[in-house]
Design a protein around this ligand. Sequence first.
Ligand code: RIB
Ligand code: CA
Length: 315
Amino acid sequence: MINIVIDTDPGHDDIIASLVAFAHKEAFNILGFTTVCGNQTIEKVTNNILNVLNYLNLDIPVAVGAGKPLCRLPEPQPLAHGESGLDGPIFGHCDKKTLDISAVEFLYSKLKETKLTIVALAPLTNIAELLEKHPDCKDNIERIVLMGGSVYSGNIQVKSEFNIYHDPEAAKIVFNSKVPIVMAPLEVCYAGGIDLSLIERFNKNGKVSKLVYDMLSFYSLYSLNHNLKDTIIFDMTIIIYLLNPEIFTIKKYNVDIELNGEYTRGMTVCEDIKEDSIIHNPVDVLMDVDNEKLTNIFLESIDYLDKQYEEGLNQ
Ligand code: RIB
Ligand code: CA
């Protein structure tokens, strides 16, 4: 079992990634969530994780993080996640509250207590601020495992992935921090796409299945509108890596972040590791995944959670 804090901008794929983590108490001790602006404003993404935890009756702390990137303006993504950031599900009244301390101070407080893995599913603003303000905590960060970047493609610009693009200055601080990093780039997330035909199987009784169906019914519209056969649950990829690294193909690259350029803002520059490398930030980059095994882990996790709630075990 590993101690983790999930840094997140929910975000449909952030929530589904968290559901898979909830289904694996044997693997994860989730110390808390830290929120950061990205898919939507900090208020909306924080509201979304509180609503989900309230719906699932889970008592996991939430600390609020950055409301804007280090140097740039926020660029919310309503086309992918809706105006709320989690369009689709309708939640009832929620009286859950966030912690009184900031995301950075929450992370620091946990790192002073124990070693932990930071699971970064969003722009890296909080993590960069933590490393800048409290460099003494680095030794207790076992790894930063993140969904972000790309080897050659882009989803927000020609060569840039959204989480890195949204705050490239923060990403540069993180990738140059010498903290061990595992990176799930766009390419491995595409390889782990979930076939659209599977969405209907969640249209059934089951507390968690209903949530997943309501989320994917909205989130998959992007794929349907672009004539794609599957929906990409980007953030879930890195959680499944933590559960079953053996189903992934991994390559070490030196990685740094391009901050400028008409087409290259937020590009993760992946350089082969060789004697005369220019970049000296070795990163484990997930290159491919066994889609069938990833899909089965996803489906089995949701089925397991449904059963847990049916039996009243998560109350
Ligand atoms: O590019 C995909 C990433 O951007 C995911 O983390 C998604 O939630 C958005 O934050
Ligand atoms: Ca995210």
